[in-house]
Design a protein around this ligand. Structure first.
Ligand code: BG6
Length: 497
């Protein structure tokens, strides 16, 4: 049995449209290599790189071997590399040209390729419509629920707003059944993200306190130190933090941490519960002292460029590289509990976490010692906080107050923690490994359904409507974003740890 504890026995062809792009090199090929090396996929598989650039099979293989040496988390050895390369081939063609798809179809027809097919559309949204039309017209899409099967994996962004997301869904659904579409949000493939549901619903002690009676607020942070490395300037300038991270990754985290218990673990049950959260989710009302949105953009310093100075970014760009929002969930469980979301580039550190902050005890019997390094001071009692640390140092931590050893009755905040590395020595799988395996075995639980995507865009419609007039505040690289973001909170401040 492989390290993944599953093995796909069905022969399959994996067609990557946009195969010479960054995602293929950094994520897809390394994930497939690991699955292959671990024996999680059958020997009878083929990977077809489909793109416009001039390569032949051996040139493509060389390009992918370089990518593996640079990005594979699994050690690359020459024997496995050679064996892996024997499964790769290259199909040169323009992704919007019907003839290129006819050539691909011929390869399936003459049995050169295994008949089950997974098309991974690693392409820009404007190419998706013609790609799907071409797949259909070339006869490459088999009927739903039939053998051989066809599945199509679509990368985000799923549109730019509600209208474009609806249009994209219409195109996809005019040629494919929902069960054949896998909209990938790689955050759902992270081991720690999947653990949110297990942690909440496999333990009786947390669920009863996950509601407005006990929870004061929830903070979800996805902070990154990177800027526009790997030539992403042009894409990001058109996209911004809200579209790139909030509408998808952060909303999905929010759903998992606040949804009701599902009636089962199959895709439909979990997606239905997430949908209920999205329908109840809205931007909180802003007041003079408590805005609900803060957009920022990183400036430069002696070492790093300002966003506006990055390659292929407009010099006057008003695109936000930082976004913080105060949200509300208008349902019985969460009414009145603010949910703060925050993400940004070039921030102080790379960290993604969800902090559920509980209310302070109704009566403060103890004095609390708060220490910063060696300097300690007496302060009000600290609330309990439950932290889902998504990455790095993956784990779950509960901050509680405990009596400090001394003659005085004073308490101090201590951590009860579970860390993945302490419990399981092995490295966690990459999200793409998990999600590719799921797509290959036809499990769509960790992918986003069409109605979820549309609901996500609906939630931010109000933010998008005001975005044009909102000038992002410039923040220093290596900081936690604009100081103004603190004004969103009703609590002491963001958890900057
Ligand atoms: C991607 C965004 O979806 O997620 C990137 O497009 C971002 O801008 C990345 O850097 C972050 O992913 P991770 O797994 O490193 O947190």
């Amino acid at each position: 049995m492989s390290a993944f504890e599953v093995r796909i026995e069905e022969p399959v062809t994996f067609v990557i449209s946009g195969a010479t792009g960054d995602l293929t090199r950094r994520k897809l090929i390394p994930a497939l290599y690991t699955l292959f090396k671990e024996g999680a996929i059958t020997e009878d598989f083929a990977v077809v790189g489909f793109a416009r650039r001039e390569y032949d099979n051996s040139g493509f293989c060389k390009l992918m071997a370089e990518a593996l040496r640079e990005h594979s988390r699994t050690p690359v050895d020459e024997t496995s590399l050679k064996a892996f390369c024997s499964h790769l081939s290259y199909h040169r063609g323009d992704l919007s040209d019907a003839a290129a798809y006819a050539g691909l179809k011929a390869k399936f027809d003459d049995d050169t390729l295994p008949a089950n097919r997974l098309f991974y559309l690693s392409i820009t949204p404007d190419l998706i419509e013609s790609a799907v039309n071409n797949l259909r017209n070339a006869g490459l899409i088999t009927l739903p629920h039939s053998k051989p099967w066809t599945r199509v994996v679509v990368e985000k962004p799923f549109g730019r707003d509600l209208q474009s997301a609806q249009a994209l869904n219409r195109v996809l659904l005019s040629h494919l059944d929902e069960t054949q579409i896998y909209r990938i949000d790689h955050y759902l493939g992270k081991e720690t993200v999947q653990n949110i549901l297990s942690f909440r619903f496999a333990n009786t002690i947390f669920e009863p306190v996950f509601n407005r009676t006990y929870v004061d607020n929830i903070q979800i942070t996805a902070a990154e130190t990177v800027g526009m490395e790997s030539g992403r300037g042009a894409f990001y300038d058109q996209t911004g933090a809200l579209r790139d991270m909030v509408v998808n990754h952060l909303f999905q985290l929010l759903c998992l941490v606040t949804m009701e218990p599902p009636d089962g673990l199959e895709a439909r049950s979990i997606r239905n519960e997430k949908m209920k959260v999205l329908r109840a989710l809205r931007l909180a009302d802003a007041t003079k002292h408590h805005p609900a949105v803060c957009f920022g953009q990183y400036g430069g310093d002696g070492k790093t460029k300002a966003f506006r100075g990055e390659d292929r970014v407009r010099p006057q760009s008003k695109t936000e590289t930082f976004a913080a929002l105060r949200m509300e969930i208008s349902n019985w469980r969460w009414a009145g509990v603010p949910v703060y979301l925050r993400t940004g580039k070039r921030l102080a550190k790379k960290t993604t976490e969800i902090a559920v902050q509980f209310k302070v005890p109704p009566l403060s019997l103890f004095q609390h010692v708060a220490c910063k390094g060696d300097v300690c001071d007496l302060a009000g009692v600290k609330p309990n906080t439950l932290i889902f640390r998504i990455q790095p140092d993956e784990g779950i931590f509960l901050q509680v107050s405990a009596k400090r050893p001394s003659m005085q009755l004073v308490v101090e905040s201590v951590n009860m923690d579970f860390s993945y590395s302490g419990k399981w020595a092995k490295e966690l799988p990459d999200a793409y490994e998990r999600l590719l395996l799921d797509a290959l075995r036809g499990d769509s639980t960790l992918f986003t359904r069409s109605d979820e995507v549309e609901a996500e865009w609906e939630v931010v419609a109000a933010v998008l409507a005001g975005a044009a007039e909102r000038e992002p505040l410039i923040y220093a690289p290596g900081s936690w974003g604009p100081a103004e973001a603190d004004r969103l909170l009703f609590t002491d401040g963001w958890r900057n740890e």
